[in-house]
Design a protein around this ligand. Structure first.
Ligand code: FAD
Ligand code: DHB
Length: 391
């Protein structure tokens, strides 16, 4: 098979890129290792930045999101038994975020892909990338034991942190920057009304907690936990008690408990690889970088990468203009590093670190108290939270 852009991975990065290119007539094929049901079933991100919402609209994929998504014009911070609101809309000149789960986004993207004949090969096994230093790279894969080959002009590595794309770049041509955090997030989903109509990020002496949601009837809650802890150690009652304590008395009074139907632990990591291009291969999304989830930047960063990449590929294929592809890495990384900084900072402000002494804890509380009373400090959080501009 011959195509212009072979996309590896049908997560948010790969699917948004596929849609953006396909609609202007650029030939693509998306190779995904898993089944559609598996990719759609993964419980992950929950908050869309304004740029991600705008892209859903631009692609004509916003019908269900507009109907079912929850517009949030504010978010809350709790600490030391107190709670205050960040008025995102007021602080950013009217911007907001949208609570609409990654699973819903994936479903909309897959449904539209089928309708618009965007080609996706599911269960593509043993994907191997070759010739990225030449003008004619190839991708090899198998389906049902049968070998296939794709000849292409470019490869987009959208295959997440554990994919094959980043590994196809010679290690001596990559620099990596990493911070692994000494804790994880234990998350649950439960069909109970959310404790508040907005999200609550809580700093408690026991550790971080987050009250989020998927709808007016489905809550998503997280608490910081140790990396050695097991799901079996956290029966629902223990989880609800700890969550109520960490959210503080005001929120806890409104907490509705119920059986969880999903419970998992995710580790936290900051990671960036530079550059995001090598020869004819571009990296986008988690294949190139990871953020800790505090602040909900992961999926949104995958989206901003592919908006930049799609623009670059469009000017190359339409006009032969190479400047976009030559500056893709630099342009994407400029935004990536700012989101990395925000996610790292917000994690540091809200989590309990094992080495934290009484002074470090006082510094967290002082910063939260400062933010409570400072419009300037709140604006810094708000403009990062709703999403920074592309450049
Ligand atoms: P992915 O979503 O990882 O997609 C990559 C795709 O490539 C996958 O479908 C994978 O199956 C496929 N693939 C991998 N290897 C190959 C291969 N060799 N060949 C073919 N296909 C391959 N972000 C938030 O903002 N908030 C959250 O609460 C949050 N929770 C998360 C929880 C977990 C457990 C994880 C792992 C991530 C979470 N994230 C969260 C991050 C967010 O989900 C990711 O940043 C986002 O999915 C990145 O999209 P992506 O397309 O780059 O990568
Ligand atoms: C969710 C996850 C986040 O990391 C976050 O900052 C906000 C919400 C969520 O899964 O709902």
């Amino acid at each position: 098979m011959r195509t212009q852009v072979a996309i590896i991975g049908a997560g948010p990065a790969g699917l948004f890129l596929g849609h953006l290119l396909h609609r202007v007539g650029i030939d693509v094929v998306i190779l995904e290792r898993r089944t559609r049901a598996y990719v759609e079933g993964r419980v992950r991100a929950g908050v869309l930045e304004r740029g991600t919402v705008a892209l859903m609209r631009r692609l004509g994929l916003d019908e269900r999101m507009t109907r079912e998504g929850l517009v949030h014009a504010g978010t809350k911070l709790a600490y030391d038994g107190d709670i205050f609101r960040i008025d995102l809309a007021d602080l950013t000149g009217g911007a907001s975020v949208m609570v609409y789960g990654q699973q819903e986004v994936m479903r909309d993207l897959f449904e539209a892909a089928a309708m618009r004949e965007l080609p996706i090969v599911f269960e593509a096994e043993d994907v191997v990338i070759e010739g990225i230093e030449s003008d004619g790279p190839t991708v090899h894969y198998r389906t049902d034991g049968v070998a296939h080959r794709v000849d292409c002009t470019f490869i987009a590595g959208c295959d997440g942190f554990h994919g094959v794309s980043r590994a196809a770049i010679p290690p001596d041509r990559l620099a990596t920057f990493e911070r692994v955090y000494p804790f994880g997030w234990l998350g649950i989903l439960a069909d109970v009304p959310p404790v508040d109509h907005e999200l609550i990020y809580a700093n408690h002496a026991h550790g971080f907690a987050l009250a989020s949601m998927r709808s007016a009837r489905r809550s998503r809650y997280y608490i910081q936990c140790g990396l050695d802890e097991r799901i079996e150690d956290w029966p629902d009652d223990r989880f609800w008690d700890e969550l109520a304590l960490r959210l503080g008395p005001e929120a806890a009074a409104a907490l509705v408990r119920g059986p969880s139907f999903e419970k998992s632990i995710a580790p936290l990591r900051s990671f960036v690889t530079e550059p995001m291009r090598y020869g004819q291969l571009f990296l986008a999304g988690d294949a190139a970088h990871i953020v800790p989830p505090t602040g909900a930047k992961g999926m949104n960063l995958a989206v901003s990468d592919v908006i930049i990449l799609a623009e670059a590929l469009m000017s190359y294929f339409a006009e032969g203009d190479r400047s976009g592809i030559d500056h893709y890495s630099e342009r994407a990384l400029a935004r990536v590093w700012k989101a990395e900084r925000f996610s790292w900072w917000f994690t540091g402000l809200t989590h309990r670190f094992p080495e934290m002494d009484a002074f470090a804890r006082k510094m967290q509380l002082a910063e939260l108290a400062y933010m409570r009373g400072s419009r300037a400090a709140q604006t810094v959080l708000a403009e990062n939270y709703v999403g920074l501009p592309l450049s």
